[in-house]
Design a protein around this ligand. Structure first.
Ligand code: GRF
Length: 188
C-alpha cells in the first residue's frame, strides 16, 4: 500500500486536524455537506476538498456513495479514514476499497453502536466507555476492531464533557492506528 489517505468528515473536524497535524499523508477531504469546519481545516492545510452534498443525493444512498467513491478514486486514494462522517455509506465504497476503509467510533464496540453512542453509554450507567478504531463495512459500526482505548465516566459527566474526553483519547488512538497501518502496509 502506498500512502494516499482520503478523509471523510462531516463536522468540526478535530480528528481530521489531528491527522493533518501528525503529518499523515492526506490527499483529499470529502464532506457530505457544505459549511463544515472540516472543509476550512483542509483548505487551511492546502488539502484538496470535495463536497458530495447528501441533500442532493439522498435517499439514493448508492448514488451518494458512488459520488464519494469517485472523488476518492480520482485522487488516487488507497486508504479511506472516516472521521466523524455522518452519512451511512453503501456497498460501492467497500467494493472499490476492500478492507481499506477505517472508522473511529466514540464507544467501546460492539457496545453502543450508532449516532448517539456517548449518550447511550451515559444512559446505561457504564463506569467505563471509550473509543474504537475499526475496519468499516456496509454494516454500521461493525467490522474488525483494530484498536480500543478506555475512558472513565466521571460523576456529573454530560454528553458534552464525556464526548470531549473521549475525543482527546480518540484522536491519539486514530493517529497511532493509522501510523501502524502505514508501517504495516495493510489495514490488518
Ligand atoms: C468523533 O467522536 C467520532 O468518533 C464521531 O464524531 C466525532 C467527530 O468529531 N463519529 P470531529 O468532527 O472529528 O471533531
Amino acid at each position: 500500500m502506498t500512502t494516499r489517505i482520503g478523509v471523510l468528515a462531516s463536522g468540526s473536524g478535530t480528528n481530521l486536524q489531528a491527522i493533518l497535524d501528525a503529518g499523515l499523508p492526506v490527499v483529499v477531504v470529502v464532506t457530505d455537506r457544505p459549511d463544515v469546519g472540516a472543509l476550512d481545516r483542509a483548505a487551511a492545510a492546502g488539502i484538496a476538498t470535495v463536497v458530495v452534498d447528501r441533500d442532493q443525493h439522498l435517499p439514493d444512498r448508492e448514488a451518494f456513495t458512488r459520488a464519494v467513491t469517485d472523488a476518492l478514486v480520482a485522487n488516487e486514494v488507497d486508504l479511506v479514514a472516516m472521521a466523524g462522517f455522518m452519512t451511512v455509506l453503501a456497498e460501492p465504497i467497500f467494493e472499490a476499497f476492500p478492507n481499506r476503509v477505517i472508522n473511529t467510533h466514540p464507544a467501546l464496540l460492539p457496545s453502543f453502536k450508532g449516532w448517539h453512542a456517548v449518550e447511550a453509554a451515559l444512559e446505561a450507567g457504564v463506569k467505563v466507555t471509550g473509543c474504537t478504531v475499526h475496519v468499516a463495512t456496509a454494516e454500521v459500526d461493525d467490522g474488525p476492531i483494530l484498536a480500543q482505548e478506555a475512558v472513565r465516566v466521571l460523576p456529573g459527566d454530560t454528553v458534552e464533557t464525556l464526548h470531549e474526553r473521549i475525543k482527546d483519547v480518540e484522536r491519539e488512538l486514530y493517529i497511532r492506528t493509522i501510523r501502524e497501518i502505514l508501517e504495516r502496509g495493510s489495514v490488518q
